[in-house]
Design a protein around this ligand. Structure first.
Ligand code: PEP
Ligand code: MN
Length: 340
């Protein structure tokens, strides 16, 4: 099962094309990356039925790597450099620490405009807010829907801020994508393979949240579903998993996942300490911890009046607390070589 073909940096164009033609003749896709010393061709598809011998005698080929993992495109072996991209004017890379903030749900234009202006004044780069909300009980507030998207559009226009908002179904991707600078796939939808494939066909950044019952391997495979369709602008978001203790915290923020993911994949890793803890008092300490563990960014719930929030008010920061968070994470970002 050859997955990566390494060719010498001075292979001729004909030699490279001949390897690519062979890959295509077996029905596989490819990913070509030309470096000075080496040319790397990744084979896209289930290579278990392909033999190494098909390529080993091709002129220019100096090595063949087999990836034994079931996710491939997202793995570091396949793509050793960190994936970096922009969301509006926020650069997601190893030198920056991007903070996304805003309420759990879009509730009114005034709520969103006030929040956008406030978080921006503190250094927050992207506004969050769900227009479509997946809720545990169908009787809870499930979002303003299209009206919420309209509010986000107006807030973007009036403030210039970029927004991330959740999409629940493949059918709604187009309408949400008209407004969103990044599409959020929530924890409850992490395993929605049709939705993953559908957002993979767009070229809009996607924030994929880890399911609360998902292993890290399953999480990576879900990102693979998106990347396989061509969209590599994916942020993985650790947002806490379910463990046995729910007395003091809503979820258990899995900080282990941060260095594990940074090692296993080239995709950026964000942390959501709001859902990860479920308690507003725990958000600042866990934000510091997430940065220290290597996170590329944070997503934080903030509300102008958390006590009146229609969802997740108990874990939403007040404006004052958000300002404090931004001040307190600053030295941690600096130690990690990141600019907020
Ligand atoms: C949210 O971001 O408000 C949300 C619903 O998150 P999660 O999917 O992680 O529960
Ligand atoms: Mn929420």
């Amino acid at each position: 099962m050859p997955d990566i073909i390494i060719m010498s940096g001075n292979s001729s164009d004909e030699e490279i094309s001949s390897v690519i033609e062979r890959i295509k003749s077996f029905g596989f896709g490819f990913n070509l990356s030309k470096g000075k010393e080496k040319i790397i061709i990744g084979i896209i598809g289930d290579t278990r039925r392909l033999s190494e011998e098909v390529f080993s005698s091709c002129p220019g080929v100096v090595g063949i790597i087999n990836i034994l993992k079931d996710y491939k495109l997202v793995s570091r072996e396949f793509h050793s450099e960190d994936t970096s991209f922009c969301i509006g004017n926020a650069l997601i890379d190893r030198n920056h620490l991007v903070v996304i903030a805003g309420p759990c749900s879009v509730e009114s234009k005034e709520q969103m405009i006030t929040t956008a202006r406030f978080i921006h004044s503190c250094g927050g780069k992207i506004l969050r807010g769900g227009a479509y909300k997946p809720r545990t009980s169908p009787y809870n507030f499930t979002g303003l829907g299209k009206e919420g998207l309209k509010i986000l559009k107006e807030v973007k226009k009036e403030t210039g801020i970029s927004v991330v908002t959740e999409v629940l179904t493949p059918e709604e991707v187009d309408v949400v994508a008209e407004v969103a600078d990044m599409l959020q796939i929530g924890a409850r939808n992490m395993y929605n393979y049709r939705l993953l494939e559908r957002v993979g066909k767009t070229d809009i950044p996607v924030m994929l949240k880890r399911g609360f019952q998902a292993t890290i391997g399953e999480f990576l495979n879900c990102a693979e579903y998106i990347l396989k369709e061509g969209n590599s602008k994916i942020i993985l978001c650790e947002r806490g998993i379910r463990t046995f203790d729910s007395q003091f915290t809503r979820n258990c923020l899995d900080l282990n996942a941060i260095p594990v993911l940074k090692k296993e994949t080239h995709l950026p890793v964000f942390v959501d300490p709001s859902h990860g803890t479920g308690k507003r008092d725990l958000v600042i300490p866990m934000s510091r911890a997430a940065i220290a563990a290597g996170a590329d960014g944070l997503i934080i719930e903030v509300h102008p009046k958390p006590e009146e929030a229609l969802s997740d008010g108990f874990q939403s920061l007040t404006f004052e607390m958000f300002k404090k968070l931004m001040e307190e994470v600053q030295p941690f970002a600096k130690i990690m070589g990141r600019v907020i």
